[in-house]
Write a protein that binds this ligand. Sequence first.
Ligand code: ARG
Ligand code: ZN
Length: 470
Amino acid sequence: VALVTVAVLVGAGCASSGPTHASGTTRGAAGAGTIGDHYFPTSGNGGYDVTHYDIRIGYSPDRPQIRATTTVESTATRMLRSFELDLAGFTVDRVTVDGRPADVSRHRAKIVVHPSTTLAESRRFVTRVTYHGVPHTITDPSEPKTADAGQLGWTRTSDGDVFVVSEPVGARTWFPGNDHPSDKATFAVTVTVPDSVAVAANGTLHRRAAPGRRQAWEWTMDQPMATYLATVVIAPMRVQRSTSAAGVPIRNYFRDDAFGFDSQSFTKTGTMIDYFSSLFGAYPFGAYGAVVVQPKIGYALETQTMSVFGSDMLGTDLDAEMTVAHELAHQWFGDSVGIRRWADIWLNEGWATYAQYLWAAHSNSSFDLDRTMIDLRASEGAKLTPPNNPGPDGLFTGSIYERGALTLHALRRTIGDTKFFEIAKQWNAKYRYSTATTTDFIALTSAVFGRDLTTFFHAWLDADTIPRLP
Ligand code: ARG
Ligand code: ZN
């Protein structure tokens, strides 16, 4: 469900590079090869809006190849002669649109699909892409361009485990789609593997059918999800199930050989879910959990309903606990309420960081939140550049996390606890399962406060010098 208007047609050069179809009408336009987000101009596409992905993958831990079929249900937002999908690598075996073979060409990390007939505006259509090959990670464009810069997307370890972390643009490494957070869709992911391994993914495990000696793990994510939040983890794992006191189901997936150790980091998840539900509104999804992957990836990711943790993110100290709280808080701030453009990333990270401090204060009577914020501003403030519109390589910097959280604390001190938490709830109610922008946030906070807060936010989000905490 895309809300971005196409502002820049960066993909103009590639939009018409495919073969023209003799029998098709020449009326209708080529869908843009960009969605118009200038942080990642080659990400996302114009001319259609995805409503559902059905991704089916066959994998064996003893070899890196996958065989896959992804079905993409979309609505044309204009008359379309052709359209593009993000997909990096692979051999594309076959593409159909509404069951009829379509011409396809490749252009960098895009496939350009020419349906046999032009698609009318508002037409719902189904694109099916069959592909195979060895998935390749892509270098994380949000990290400094060093030799050990992080990798995004479908990642295979030397043991044959697989995990997927895609923020911001890694989804194209495993399925064709409209790879931008403004175009959310529901997902069904079915991975067929030998019975030596388990598969964790987003949403609900529907069934585990066993064709022969392989198991098809069928997961569905029934609430809209951004492409970067889709994950799959394949490893020898076991599930740990519980329920929060208020009734939210929890399923954690830990590797068999680390189960006891890994599970120690997640003993408070249920209490955290119920606490955040009391602050932000009911937990937005049907279940929650963590999956721990063996590599030390240096971060955790709030993949919807099933956060991925690198094995270096675990522990029983307050720091590790705050990371668990941080990824959980993202389920409200980032996942249910998503960002419409990458420039607004502080809305995700500022809230998740502030929420991790809220948890620390709630669960630990000696944790002084106000003091912590004052000290954070004093020690780091001079280094924290403005968090609004940080540029593609500034998405995950201290400015975003820390000055984002400080902005929210300053807001709370300015408008008072009652209105501050009223805003947290209204924000989640108003933009649930959708996307929003900083402008939307300023409008909502100003409405709840009863006075325009543009100047306040400008100072905290845009000014070079960080303001004093009120
Ligand atoms: N959103 C994740 C978190 O705050 C961090 C993702 C970092 N991503 C990256 N590509 N380095 O927990
Ligand atoms: Zn975060």
